[in-house]
Write a protein that binds this ligand. Structure first.
Ligand code: ADP
Ligand code: MG
Length: 362
């Protein structure tokens, strides 16, 4: 199977070198039973990659069990993982199989492994090493054959150094380690992802796939996406759900513009490259281009929000009609007379806008 075929089969979008390299490694290690540790910020696709590893392994027709170690209360995590015998503690009404048994001959995906309590870590290491464990309250051992894939957005070495994570378990888990870079470090993938989510959401909801303008796409490409692919997917879905005319334009992504502004105030100083290589020079050009685009976006944003601030800052009480007329005049000024945009700024229909203009003899 080629890298692209693998990506198609497991729904992994992205043509960046980062993604291609990751897929390459995954295809190599999937077939063995070696433990895999996946690093990546929230929303970068850790679970997607875990599924792909399982799906391409010889265990593919056995279960993949996903456990979010951060979401399960500490007190019940062990019984969830290892199961329990009826009557072993208050509330243990029945014998219960744990995730290890359910995942037998398959894969156990331990998400947010950095959140696992130290006592549970000891037991986990023992199961990984001996391939056997006891259900809570049981006297006999149960044998399991489970491949472990763990994921975290924490720096586990750092957790080990501060004694929150056991070093022996860490060494065991990190046989193969890879890091999924955040979306802001592989901006080249944004457009393809955006178009994919645009299409899949509209098809899933039986609506015509909206057109997306270049201006809107520029916003998506320049936004830093702290929530990564999950956030991009949500932003597209919200924009489609609120869309009325079949075109996603810059106004569809206004909430993102506000964030870009915050972001840029932290990044005013462009990186300076000494001893430039051609690659550095390219990068610098790209930075400058991005910087220019961001500046344009911020001006656009200001245009829209300054109006709001002015309204909020007025102490004086004016006749409502004056305020309305004033708002219309300002909207026209700021949009250089573009009535469609002015109406959007004022959040009224174009028809209402024309009617009001006429009413105020503008
Ligand atoms: N490379 C990718 N191609 C397509 N969709 C992706 C990709 N990576 C992540 N996604 C989607 O983004 C969302 C978050 O992915 P997920 O694997 O749950 O992230 P994480 O586990 O790192 O928080 C999911 O809806 C997933 O399908
Ligand atoms: Mg996840």
């Amino acid at each position: 199977m080629t890298i692209s075929q693998f990506q198609d089969q497991f729904g992994i979008i992205g043509k960046s070198k980062e993604i291609k390299d990751l897929v390459d490694i995954i295809m190599q290690v999937a077939k063995s039973d070696i433990s895999v540790l996946i690093y990546g910020e929230s929303g970068t696709g850790k679970e997607v990659f875990a599924r792909a590893i399982h799906g391409y392994s010889n265990r593919a027709n056995k279960p993949l069990v996903s456990v979010n170690c951060g979401a399960i209360p500490e007190g019940i995590l062990e019984s969830e993982l290892f199961g329990h015998k009826k009557g072993s503690f208050t509330g243990a009404m029945e014998n219960r199989r744990g995730y290890f048994e359910i995942a037998d001959e398959g894969t156990l995906f331990l998400d947010e492994i950095g959140e696992m309590p130290l006592t549970t870590q000891v037991k986990l290491l023992r199961v990984i090493e001996t391939k056997e464990f006891m259900r809570i309250g049981a006297e006999t051992v149960t044998n399991v054959d489970v491949r472990i894939i763990a994921a975290t957005n924490k720096d586990l070495q750092n957790e080990v150094d501060s004694k929150r994570f056991r070093e022996d378990l860490f060494f065991r888990l990190k046989a193969v380690t890879f890091n999924i870079p955040p979306l802001r470090k592989r901006k080249g993938d944004i457009e393809e992802l955006a178009l994919f989510f645009l299409k899949s959401y509209s098809e899933g909801n039986h609506i015509t796939t909206p057109h997306i303008t270049n201006e809107a796409m520029d916003i998506l490409k320049n936004y830093p996406w702290p929530g990564n692919i999950r956030e991009l997917k949500n932003a597209i879905e919200t924009a489609i759900a609120l869309n009325k005319n079949g075109t996603l334009d810059e106004f569809s992504f206004l909430p993102l513009l506000r964030e870009i502004d915050k972001d840029i105030s932290n990044q005013r100083n462009l990186p300076v490259f000494l001893n430039k290589t051609p690659e550095d020079a390219d990068r610098e050009l790209m930075y400058r281009a991005l910087f220019e685009i961001k500046k344009d976006l911020i001006e656009l944003k200001d245009l829209i929000y300054r109006r709001q601030d002015e309204i909020n800052n007025i102490d004086e009480v004016l006749p409502l009609a004056d305020v309305e007329k004033n708002a219309i005049v300002k909207a026209l000024e700021k949009t250089h007379g573009n009535k469609r945009m002015a109406a959007r700024l004022l959040n009224i229909s174009e028809r209402t806008f024309y009617r009001k203009m006429k009413g105020y003899e503008l």
